[in-house]
Design a protein around this ligand. Sequence first.
Ligand code: ZN
Length: 280
Amino acid sequence: MQKTGRVKLPEGKKVAVNIGFDFDAFSVWMETFKQPSQANMSRGEYGAEVGVPRVLKLLNKYGIESSFCIPGHTADSYPELCKEIINQGHEVVHHGYVHEDPSSMTMEEEERAFIKGLEALGRLDVRPIGYRSPGFDVSENTLSLLEKHGMKYDSSLMGNDYYPYRPRFCNVNYDKGNVYGEASSIVEMPVTWYLDDFPHSEFIGTRTGMKPQSQIYEIWKAYFDYAAENIDGGMMVVTTHPQVIARPHNIVMLEKFIRHILDNGGWLTSLRKIYDTIIF
Ligand SMILES: [Zn+2]
């Protein structure tokens, strides 16, 4: 069975919430979608030029510390902007080098990309303690690599909704029943596509999001309200992207969601702050 942890919440708070920002810029179009046309790249450019400043302004307005998952390629493309994120007190999380999919790589290739990402963040004087895999894809080697390189937590898996847990090593073998082995030392801060703005909102060829923001708000609010009423010592991770969430209709929705969380016992903070309180 899964080993789950509990978050030690500050007095009066009901649930920890991280609204994080995956600052993918160009990289998601280069590797994940493999469509680096100038038109698509300009969507990444929007995320950097317009999205990040707008998001930082909103976080500042409410005094919220958050987490930015930054691929090495973004750190190398926009070092000044990344420094601004860091200077405002936000956490930087490892997010690959150029948003490459670990599940399609050998262990050697995956480790090379991991180290390249780490080195790029190092040029910003950042040593991350957390990792989010690009596209929430991991390989059977990812947990071992995270342990080897001293990571403390991961935020890419979906084995729970409100409780952090120790993810188990997975070896898919259809002949032997349960595919899971021992628990790793990594703490998983679970995510879900339901709490990710990208599929809800973006238009990518035939994969059409384009939902009205009222529908996204409805899902996210219901997720939060359930936790506030039913879950003790839980947390909730919302994954957003500056190139998506900063669009005017979405940023208005995000602010409404932030206000709802703050007015109803939510502890809005970074993944590292939540990680520091987790007890197993
Ligand atoms: Zn990403």
